[in-house]
Design a protein around this ligand. Structure first.
Ligand code: CA
Length: 230
């Protein structure tokens, strides 16, 4: 699989390229947003299976580059960044990134994610769907760029905050998010007085999606999303 590595740090790029080459990837290295966008152009080449996009680039904001890549290509994009906060992650996914990896990352994890996005993309092509940046959790489908949510074939109308909350929890199914963390990421505020609001939104999501067990309360800590088996 051809892989476009967008990374301005030559040391990082060399080390990563070596690992990726060992795992059978044909790596093309771009040092800037401009180079990356140029590399995507030639139509006579085998298309890239995935783009690994460092967000800290010298010439353009990585998010901007992601948006531009998404406009001209359906190649899966994995953002690589030192920005660990969930809001950055959601922002990236909203721009059409397929996944988001935080530095320092484990190489094994990175490889697993590359294979996962490539697999998802191929599966989507088979059914004619375009699952870019969609999260699938059993019957629940969350489309990040369009902010659409469906359960089975029924589309569910969510408020802005309900969507943000669901998208946040769905980034890491099974992982417990602390109440304070959710409130700061979704409501961009500190925790006082918002606790009740959070509970109301969780209750509303459970009822609108008709999946009361989807969001599990972890007493005294927060919430986690449990992937339905159906
Ligand atoms: Ca960088």
């Amino acid at each position: 699989m051809r892989l476009l590595l967008v990374e301005d740090d030559d040391h990082v790029a060399a080390a990563l390229s070596a690992v990726l080459a060992r795992h059978g990837f044909k790596v093309v290295h771009a040092r800037s947003g401009e180079e990356a966008l140029r590399a995507l152009l030639p139509a006579d080449q085998e298309p890239f299976g995935v783009v690994l996009l460092d967000l800290g680039l010298p010439d353009q904001d990585g998010y901007e580059v992601c948006g531009k890549i998404r406009k001209r290509s359906a190649t899966p994009v994995i953002m690589v960044t030192a920005r660990a906060d969930v809001r950055s992650r959601i922002h990236g996914l909203n721009l059409g990134a397929d996944d988001y990896v935080v530095k320092p990352y484990d190489t094994g994890e990175l490889l697993a994610r590359i294979h996962a996005v490539a697999r998802r993309r191929t599966a989507g092509e088979d059914t004619g769907a375009t699952p870019a940046a969609a999260l699938l959790l059993g019957p629940v489908r969350i489309e990040l760029p369009t902010r659409r949510v469906s359960v089975g074939d029924q589309e569910i109308q969510l408020t802005r905050k309900e969507f943000d909350l669901l998208a946040l929890l769905a980034q890491r199914p099974g992982v417990v998010f602390r109440r304070e963390q959710i409130i700061s990421e979704v409501w961009r505020t500190s925790w006082e007085g918002t606790g009740r609001t959070l509970e109301v939104h969780v209750a509303s999501l459970r009822s609108k999606l008709r999946l009361p067990a989807l969001i599990e309360t972890v007493r005294g800590v927060g919430y986690r999303l449990v992937t339905p088996s159906r």
